[in-house]
Design a protein. Structure first.
Lengths: 117, 115
């Protein structure tokens, strides 16, 4: 079975500081992927970044980077130079396979990030 | 924008009534998913579809059924709504970006309240 763990229910960070949001995972699959989503108070799920298990370099998308440590089974999200608009729930997810070999995602419970001016 | 819409966006219904939520996509994606989101649980998979008339159960499928008679529509039905099904429901599609890179795009969500 696949499992995603986000141990930080909430975080407060000063504006312009860098933020690291923790995500650890557990899977027996050899091929998988890790996602991060942002969910603002309006409720929509916004895709931020993706890392495949075979990707050799850490993924980056603008101010977002994914610190992927395969041996430790961690996929932490790093946000550089945080902005007030970064205040939101951040959800980590893992792509894997169902018993029938079809794609599915397993989600963590999220970390609520609040940026302080 | 992955062209995913959900209807209705908000619904209040009474216990015991049937409810159908609709997910519509415009870009011919093969995989479609229904999730529910509840505090402390994150998103949990209810059912998914891997093609027209091809569906499978997720981890919280009891009390729900789905149908996909055409590529663009994926319907979620609560046969007899219960208060425990009060939740926010998200539809999603899966798209391959390039190589081994994937994204799952989500619809705007449907807030369902069962009284």
């Amino acid at each position: 079975a696949q499992k995603i763990t986000q141990t930080q229910p909430g975080m407060f960070v000063q504006e312009k500081e860098a933020v690291t949001l923790d995500c650890t995972y557990d899977t027996s699959d050899q091929s998988y992927g890790l996602f991060w989503y942002k969910q603002p108070s309006s409720g929509e799920m916004i895709f931020l970044i993706y890392q495949g298990s075979y990707d050799e370099q850490n993924a980056t998308e603008g101010r977002y980077s994914l610190n992927f440590q395969k041996a430790r089974k961690s996929a932490n999200l790093v946000i550089s130079a945080s902005q007030l608009g970064d205040s939101a729930m951040y959800v980590c997810a893992m792509r894997g396979r169902t018993n029938f070999g079809n794609e599915k995602l397993t989600f963590g419970t999220g970390t609520r990030l609040t940026i302080i001016p | 924008d992955a062209g995913i819409t959900q209807s209705p966006r908000h619904k209040v219904t009474e216990t015991g009534t049937p409810v159908t939520l609709r997910c519509h996509q415009t870009e011919n994606h093969r995989y479609m998913y229904w999730y529910r989101q509840d505090p402390g649980h994150g998103l949990r998979l209810i059912h998914y579809s891997y093609g027209v008339k091809d569906t499978d159960k997720g981890e919280v499928s009891d009390g729900y059924s789905v149908s996909r008679s055409k590529t663009e529509d994926f319907l979620l039905t609560l046969e007899s709504a219960t208060s425990s099904q009060t939740s926010v429901y998200f539809c999603a599609i899966s798209d391959r970006r390039s190589g081994n890179s994937y994204e799952q795009y989500f619809g705007p969500g449907t807030r369902l309240t069962v009284t």
